[in-house]
Design a protein around this ligand. Structure first.
Ligand code: FMN
Length: 337
C-alpha cells in the first residue's frame, strides 16, 4: 500500500526515507524557552522507529520581541544551543531528518509576554487568530528600514544556531499571521517603500532577503524551507491567483522546499474541512516551481495522502493533528504491505 508515500526523496545531501512529514506544531513544553526533558520525550515519541521522512520542530522565536506565547521554544541566543543540540540528537538517533522552524510573531506578539513594543510592517490591526491570543490584537508600530535590517540579522543568527545544533535545515515561517506573513498579506502591509504591500516583489522582499542571507552564510547543503501562508481566503487579502508568481519569487531566492499553508486564516480554511483543504494552493505553486512542495491541512489517512502525491498536488505530505492523536499512525502507514 501507499507506494508513492513510501518513496524516498533526495534533498541536497539529505535523503528523506519517505514522503510523510510531521509539520511544525507548538507544544508549549519548553522551560522558559529552553528545551526541556518533556519536549525531548515528545520528539522522541514522534520520531520513534524512523517512520517519518522529516520532522519540523515547532516555531521558535528569533528575538525576544518576536515571542508568540509564554512557553514557546527559543532560538534567540546561544544559551539555547545545548538543549537544541540534544533535541536534534534525539530525533537523528531515531533516523529522522529534522528542520527547525524559526519565527518572529510581529503584531501577533503581546507586550504582556515580551515586555517590548509590538511591531509589524504597518500600523494596522492584524486580523489573524494568532493576534487575538493574549488580549490582542494590538496596534503595532510600523518597522523602520533599520529595524527590518535587524530582523533579517535575527533570522540569520537563529539559522546559524540551528546549523550549530545539527539541524538539517531551517524553515522560515511566513504563515498563520506572524511577522513575515504580515508583510505578505495586503491586509496588514500598507507600506509604500521597497516592502510595499501593493506589489508581489514588495510583499516577498523580506522573506527572500532572509533566505538569500541564510544561503550565503550557511552554504549550499543546509536546507531552507519556507512555510508560506499563500492565501488569506479573505476579501482584499492574498489570493490563489498570486500563487504562481509569488512561488517563483521564493524559489528564485534559493529555497529547497515550499511548505503550503494558510495566511491570515491560519492553518484552517474557512468553510472547508475536507482532507487537503489547501491542495489548490499547492497545485498552483507546484506548477510554477521545480522544488518540492509540501501540502498540509486536514489530511488524516494514507489514501488521501497517496492521492495528493498521485494527482500531482504535492511532493510531500504533512500530517499534524492526526499524528498527535495517534503517534503510531506513521508506523501503520509505512508498515502496510
Ligand atoms: C497545536 C498546534 C500547534 C501548531 N503550531 C504550529 C507551529 O509552531 N508552526 C506552524 O507553522 N504551524 C503550526 N501549526 C499548524 C500545523 O503545522 C498544521 O499546519 C495544522 O495542524 C494543519 O494540519 P493538520 O490538519 O494535519 O493538523 C500548529 C497546529 C496545531 C494543531
Amino acid at each position: 500500500m501507499f507506494p508513492l508515500l513510501k518513496q524516498k526523496l533526495a534533498l541536497k545531501n539529505a535523503e528523506l526515507s519517505n514522503r510523510l512529514v510531521l509539520p511544525p506544531m507548538a507544544t508549549e513544553k519548553s522551560a522558559k524557552g529552553m528545551v526541556s526533558q518533556e519536549l525531548c520525550d515528545y520528539y522522541e515519541r514522534m520520531s520513534r522507529g524512523g517512520y517519518l521522512g522529516l520532522i519540523y520542530t515547532e516555531h521558535s522565536y528569533v528575538s525576544c520581541d518576536g515571542q508568540a506565547s509564554p512557553q514557546q521554544l527559543s532560538i534567540a541566543d546561544d544559551t539555547c544551543l545545548p538543549g537544541l543540540t540534544r533535541l536534534v540528537k534525539t530525533i537523528h538517533d531515531n533516523g529522522v531528518k529534522v528542520i527547525a522552524q524559526i519565527n518572529h510573531a510581529g503584531s501577533s506578539a503581546s507586550s504582556s509576554i515580551t515586555g517590548l513594543p509590538v511591531v509589524g510592517p504597518s500600523a494596522v490591526l492584524n486580523p489573524s487568530p494568532a493576534a487575538k491570543r493574549h488580549g490582542g490584537p494590538f496596534l503595532p508600530e510600523a518597522l523602520s528600514l533599520d529595524a527590518i535590517d535587524r530582523i533579517v540579522e535575527a533570522f540569520l543568527q537563529a539559522a546559524i544556531r540551528a546549523q550549530k545544533a545539527g539541524f538539517d535545515g531551517v524553515e522560515i515561517h511566513s504563515a498563520h499571521g506572524y511577522l513575515l506573513n504580515q508583510f505578505y498579506s495586503p491586509l496588514t502591509n500598507t507600506r509604500q517603500d521597497a516592502y510595499s504591500g501593493a506589489s508581489l516583489e514588495g510583499r516577498t522582499r523580506l522573506q527572500t532577503r532572509i533566505c538569500r542571507e541564510v544561503r550565503s552564510h550557511l552554504g549550499d547543503a543546509f536546507l531552507i524551507s519556507l512555510r508560506w501562508g499563500a492565501c488569506d481566503y479573505a476579501e482584499h487579502g492574498a489570493s490563489l491567483a498570486e500563487v504562481p508568481q509569488a512561488a517563483a519569487l521564493f524559489a528564485d531566492a534559493g529555497i529547497d522546499l515550499l511548505s503550503i499553508s494558510g495566511g491570515m486564516c491560519a492553518y484552517s480554511r474557512p468553510g472547508h474541512s475536507e482532507q487537503g483543504f489547501f491542495a489548490e494552493l499547492a497545485r498552483a505553486a507546484r506548477k510554477a516551481v521545480s522544488i518540492p512542495v509540501l501540502l498540509t491541512g486536514g489530511i488524516k489517512d494514507g489514501e488521501a495522502a497517496e492521492g495528493f502525491l498521485a494527482d500531482g498536488s504535492a511532493d510531500l505530505i504533512g500530517i499534524g493533528r492526526a499524528i498527535l492523536k495517534d503517534p503510531d499512525l506513521p508506523r501503520c502507514l509505512m508498515s502496510e504491505a
